[in-house]
Design a protein around this ligand. Structure first.
Ligand code: ZN
Length: 463
């Protein structure tokens, strides 16, 4: 049996006292400090030189988008999560992943472009050796961490049992324990025990003493902690769970590209509302990719405000500029400001629907949508003309709404996709920007023009 030393964190432990929990029944220690929410990103610079470190090419739906060393390290760090990854912890033949039960979750951010600095939260190989040391974690953790694996060992990416080398996932799990604030444990069963026997696959799964350690630092998982139980893997993405705030949630996605070594790699959508605290619908950002999604509620910035990480493999966002509202609507005689919006995506191939809506218009009045190929903002009929001439008028519609009286219940909807796929307008081809606005009747218009005007809506025709 070969006994191999893990490394201590290279900084501080030789100087700072290691705090041992006073209870006799626990054996973990801490190095001082904890990771704030913006230091819980995990990335890999995949410079591992052993073929065995990247010979697992089998994709797993619970760890989407990554194989080899990155997937192995992702699982190793994810073991410390608040609950089973993806609901089942599936994806590793030797264990279920996600056993921490604390107010602590990582956010997987994919690949980095280099080894980064000592606080850039990146795993990578380091050329050379250091006696029996396998790997080490650079601290202090207050502003981040870095984990290095010596190239002198033969690193194995698993995913099952390994032979003839060292288990990357097990060592990643141990080293990330340091990154989150744990020192070594005297419990021989713990992942944080300072040495391993055999290949180290036993370190993949954290033990009761490790769980006590992460819960000591971050607290036992709060009952109000947001929780993701399902995602629908489409775009827009629907996230189902509990504990979301009514408004101003943040949705964190995995960065879809190899990110620069410095700076925050996270892709975050802010200001997201939920329905009943249990359902969120959000457009998938173009810069995100396969990986995990998390929700941070608006109640604070502690670990108890960030959900578990849930695997997501969203439909690729369209490679075109999404519909955007611009220009100012004209206040009508009922003191409403007519708005414009849309549902769906304008595609040349006709793979989706795309409807442009007008709301807050007077009820039971004629109106129409017009469009052109250039934006405008000139004064027009007491409001603004949001589209530059020449414009194309679509067919006249009636706004409907309340059967009598005058209010702002009038709405319009136009199936713009039919114009694109039908070839009705040969200008509407992929890559073309289009600018649209609703115009309607308003007999009591304060400005005397008998008209009502919405905001403008711009969008690009997708392939
Ligand atoms: Zn160690």
């Amino acid at each position: 049996m070969k006994i191999t030393q893990f490394a201590l964190p290279t900084v501080a432990l030789g100087i700072a006292a290691v705090l041992v929990c006073p209870k006799d029944s626990v054996a973990f220690s801490t190095i001082g400090g904890s990771l704030s929410l913006n230091q819980r990103d995990v990335r890999v610079f995949n410079n591992f030189t052993d073929t065995a470190a990247n010979n697992n090419t089998t994709a797993d739906a619970n760890w989407p988008g990554y194989t080899g060393a990155p997937m192995s390290i992702w699982k190793g760090c994810g073991e410390w999560a608040s609950e089973l990854h993806g609901g089942t912890g599936a994806g590793d033949p030797l264990q279920t992943v996600g056993s921490g039960g604390a107010n602590f979750d990582i956010t997987w951010q994919g690949l980095a472009a280099g080894v980064g600095g000592t606080n850039d939260n990146i795993h990578s190989e380091l050329s050379g050796s250091s006696g029996g040391v396998l790997a080490f974690t650079e601290t202090p953790i207050s502003d981040g961490w870095r984990i290095r694996y010596y190239s002198s060992w033969t690193w194995q990416d698993g995913p099952g049992s390994v032979s003839g080398g060292i288990d990357l996932q097990g060592v990643a799990c141990h080293e990330f324990g340091h990154a989150l604030g744990l020192g070594h444990s005297t419990d021989g069963a713990a992942t944080m025990f300072p040495s391993i026997s055999g290949t180290g696959t036993g370190q993949r799964s954290i033990a009761a003493d490790d769980i006590a350690g992460v819960q000591f630092i971050y607290g036992v998982k709060s009952g109000s902690k947001p929780r993701i139980t399902a995602v629908n893997n489409s775009n827009p993405l629907t996230i189902t769970g509990t504990g979301f705030s009514a408004t101003n949630n943040e949705v964190w996605f995995t960065n879809g590209s190899t990110s620069p070594t410095s700076g925050d790699p996270r892709v975050i959508v802010t200001g997201v509302s939920s329905t009943g605290g249990t359902s969120i619908t959000v457009n998938v950002p173009a810069t995100s990719g396969k990986g995990d999604v998390l929700v941070k509620n608006s109640a604070g910035s502690a670990g108890a405000n960030l959900s578990n990480a849930f695997p997501v493999d969203p439909t690729a966002p369209p490679a075109c500029i999404p519909p955007t509202v611009y220009c100012t609507g004209k206040v009508n005689s009922q003191f409403c400001s007519p708005a414009i919006g849309s549902t769906g995506t304008p595609t040349y191939a006709g793979t989706t629907s795309f409807n442009i809506t007008g709301t807050q218009f007077l009820n039971n009045k004629n109106g129409l949508l017009f469009y052109g190929l250039l934006p405008n903002g000139a004064s027009f009929q007491g409001g603004h003309l949001c589209v530059k001439l020449p414009v194309v008028r679509t067919s006249v519609q009636t706004s409907g709404g309340s059967p009598s009286g005058a209010d702002c219940t009038g709405t319009y909807s136009y199936d713009f996709e039919a114009l694109i796929v039908g070839g009705t307008d040969p200008n509407l081809i992929p890559g073309q920007m289009v600018y649209t606005q609703y115009w309607a009747r308003d007999p009591a218009d304060f400005t005397g023009f008998n008209t009502s005007l919405s905001e403008g809506l711009s969008f690009e025709i997708c392939p």
